[in-house]
Design a protein around this ligand. Structure first.
Ligand code: AMP
Length: 450
């Protein structure tokens, strides 16, 4: 199929040409005509399938006629990175249209966002929390909205955004076109779709199957040798730009630091970073300053890095869908990519689950000249925080209030990894965080910035 068959507005078509798209992807073939007809769409597609352009192009086409200077299209996305990426797609594909798109998310000054919308934007791409703040404060109105897109709805649900989404609905005209995209279709998404979509047409690409160009390989390894194996993989493979996934923020940070120490051009991306640091890490990865980006699933959401040559799962994800989503970042569009997964004995069931989704067995690989038999160090705490020192007590603790000395962390993360740095040097009077405090802090930080 050719893009010309959609009969997009010529100024929108010039964006397609400028972006270098030769032919529509399957999700675009299905979605673009349906959206152009004004129908609601339930799109089942993951990152890497071309789903962004599948809604951006028909929205630009629609907005070419009608009023300018008022917000007529709203895209809601779970993360700042995804919002920026969608905003960028509107800018590139709509470069010749004169239509203006503004991105809105937390963690940055709210005032310039208000000014930009008020200067006359037709498109807003927003994360739910900050958008709700704007709407509550009546900074701008969405009363003339014509099209709403909810992108990566499954991630918005995972991140606890559905109550915000439902509140945002209260600010939107009932008469509108709604498009909902999600990589998976759990019951909660089905329920939301029933609430907000009107007679939707379902478009779907490859259920949950990842891009065919990706080759997958499993690397069985003892957990204390994961970092060493990762380094060997990075050294011995023609890895241009690698996204490494870890299970926790702490592990992302530590693996990033260890790679850096060994001379790799590496950075980590985790929820605790300020917006500037995140942007610096992302920009550095895009422009090649960093060859390796270590991230958690949440931090990596929405990353669109065209040149990702490899995804390495340092830790196995929790679900087969998360695996598919991770590797959606490599082998995208027509490129080939590789997905390596370091697996331990605990991951056998998840491997089977992924193989069921892929409909194929995953091949198991081993690196030559890698010593898989190095025994685990006795003091096995690569990812453990140093044990909390008992604080001097002001008054005797009440029985049952649990303020006694903390035991060293016994988290699963702590249990199986090598002792690269068992005890962190302490400075001044600052006590390192205990595992519970960290968890609490992590939870607080996970309430994404408004
Ligand atoms: P997405 O699934 O929207 O994250 O898109 C994945 C990547 O594919 C992005 O880098 C897009 O620029 C690119 N892309 C989208 N549509 C096409 C197309 N029709 N031909 C080639 N690349 C495309």
């Amino acid at each position: 199929m050719e893009f010309t068959e959609f009969q997009l507005h010529p100024q929108v078509m010039s964006g397609v040409v400028a972006a270098g798209y030769m032919a529509p992807t399957p999700i675009q073939e299905q979605s673009i005509p349906t959206v152009m007809e004004g129908k609601d769409v339930m799109g089942l597609a993951q990152t890497g399938t071309g789903k962004t352009a599948a809604f951006v192009l028909p929205i630009l086409h629609r907005l070419m006629t009608g009023e300018r200077g008022v917000v007529r299209a709203l895209v809601i996305a779970p993360t700042r990175e995804l919002a920026e990426q969608i905003n960028e797609a509107f800018a590139v594909l709509g470069a010749k249209t004169g239509l203006r798109s503004v991105s809105i998310y937390g963690g940055v000054n709210i005032t310039p966002q208000i000014a930009k919308v008020k200067r006359g934007a037709e498109i807003v791409v927003a994360c739910p929390g900050r958008l709700l703040d704007h709407l509550n404060q009546k900074n701008f109105t969405l009363s003339q909205l014509e099209v709403l897109v909810l992108d990566e709805a499954d991630h918005m649900f995972d991140m606890g955004f559905f109550p915000d989404i439902r509140r945002i609905m209260g600010y939107l005209p009932r008469q509108r076109q709604t498009l909902l995209f999600s990589a998976t279709m759990p019951a909660e998404i089905r329920r939301l779709a029933l609430e907000i979509l009107h007679k939707p047409v379902t478009v779907q690409v490859g259920t949950s199957a990842p891009a065919v160009t990706v080759s997958h390989a499993l690397y069985p390894v003892k957990s204390h040798l994961k970092t060493a194996l990762l380094m060997q993989l990075l050294q011995h493979t023609d890895t241009d730009s690698v996204l490494v996934f870890t299970r926790t923020k702490h592990r992302a940070k530590r693996v990033g630091e260890q790679l850096e120490k060994k001379g790799f051009k590496a950075a980590s991306l985790q929820g605790n970073l300020s917006q500037n640091r995140r942007q610096e890490a992302l920009d550095g990865f895009r422009n090649g300053t960093y060859q390796v980006l270590v991230a958690t699933d949440i931090a990596a959401r929405g990353i669109d890095v065209n040149q990702v040559s490899h995804v390495i799962n340092y830790d196995m994800p929790d679900t087969a869908d998360a695996y598919i989503h991770r590797i959606g970042r490599t082998g995208r569009a027509a490129r080939t990519g590789d997905a390596f997964t370091l697996i331990t004995d605990d991951d056998t069931e998840m491997v089977r689950a992924i193989e069921r989704v892929l409909g194929a067995r995953l091949k198991t690989s081993a690196l030559e000249n890698f010593d898989y038999n190095v025994p685990a160090p006795t003091n096995n705490q690569e990812f453990a925080r140093p044990p909390q020192q008992p604080r001097p007590r002001r008054k005797p603790a009440e029985p049952g209030k649990g303020s006694g000395p903390r035991r060293p962390s016994t988290s699963p993360a702590a249990a199986g990894a090598p002792a690269v740095r068992a005890v962190r040097p302490q400075t001044g009077n600052r006590q390192p965080l205990g595992a519970n405090q960290q968890l609490k802090r992590a939870n607080t930080n996970n309430r994404r910035g408004r």
